[in-house]
Ligand binder design. Sequence first.
Ligand code: FES
Ligand code: FE2
Length: 438
Amino acid sequence: MYSNSELAGLIRDDAVHRSVYTDPEIFELEMRRIWGRAWIYVAHESQVPLKGSFFTTTLARQPVLLVRQDDETINLFFNRCAHKGAKVIEVESGRAPVLRCGYHGWSYEVDGRCKHVTGGDAAYKASGYSRKDPCMGLQKVPGVASYRGFIFASLAPDAPDLRTWLGATATSIDNMVDRSPEGKLEVTGGVLRYHHDSNWKFFVENLNDMMHAMIAHQSSAQTARVMGKELFPDDPNPPAEIQILSPFAENTSFFEEMGVHAFDNGHSYSGGKTSIHANYSGIPEYEEAMEKAYGKERVAEIFSLNRHNTVVYPGFTLKGAIQTIRVVKPVAVDQTVIESWTLRLVGAPEEMLRRSILYCNLINSSGNLVGPDDHEAYHRLQNGLTTDAGDWVSMGRYLGNEEPNDEGGFSATGSSDMVFRSQFKAWKNYMTANGAGD
Ligand code: FES
Ligand SMILES: [Fe+2]
């Protein structure tokens, strides 16, 4: 069992101990102390649109059940029957007037109260329980809050205010929502689930690793660049596939200039003034709808924010400019599932959604180009760190070169390790805070 000082000793200013990626005991502690304390993304409100709509997912590996209430509010329950503990709802989503357990048939109102005990209440009279006792109903997750349609939950009863905790990353969510002419998003289509045989932190770090793209994605993105030049030499608007893939093989100075930005609680984003999403062809019908809704000046402001990946540490990541989110689901110390969801900009032409879906398929899917390059890198990291070649993983690039930014965080050149240092500062805070959940 690690003491707090032993855990703190795994994080140096310029390096972390390899066991943070490889030790199953540390992974179990992370589930309680990081994933059990932070705000964790659950779902988008559009996934439970009507009274009785439900959506099932996991929170720090625990099954949970999100249900739209009669008064339009949302409740989040542990997905566990009060009888013998079976998962009450097994399917991912649907709509039901009552929630019924498939094992012995106990049923629950959508607000979690026990509605029916099989065989009637009299069976429990001698043991002193009544259907009305809270322990006979579904149990609520302690913290649930929503920010502009994105629902987060916390297993900690004393979680901080969500908006405050999000800090500057809330403006990445704002920018995604503001890109809808109606200021509204909807999760559309299914989900891409991509199983990785690697620790969750490799993915979370890599999203703001500006040094790997032109190397790890050379075979996919450079090929797209070459093909684009050969097949569409004078076309300023080559097919969207070429436009989406090519920037991943931009040169070093492009990624250095995009920059990285780190904040409290381990949050970060890359890009801002520019990103790999900055130069897609315009869609005139969309631009017209936006200008009609917000006016030229405000639209220019919305479109000028070009962030690449935003990481809401530990497990929610988004790309505002292309309307996709990726959700991290740790499974074991060396097993992680990444979910990719696409959002529709309500009021925007269908072409915008088609571009987001194309992006998700090309970049985030297990069966396509860019994501598998990254997965191969995480696979090699997980394997390389099993060797006896050394215990420390380097995080010292451009140590101390960061500058304060006007959002209350720090900014650095793209290939700086600053974001990783910031994530592990948060990691250490969560893992060693008083009152740790054990
Ligand atoms: S476990 Fe749910 S009714 Fe028995
Ligand atoms: Fe990558």
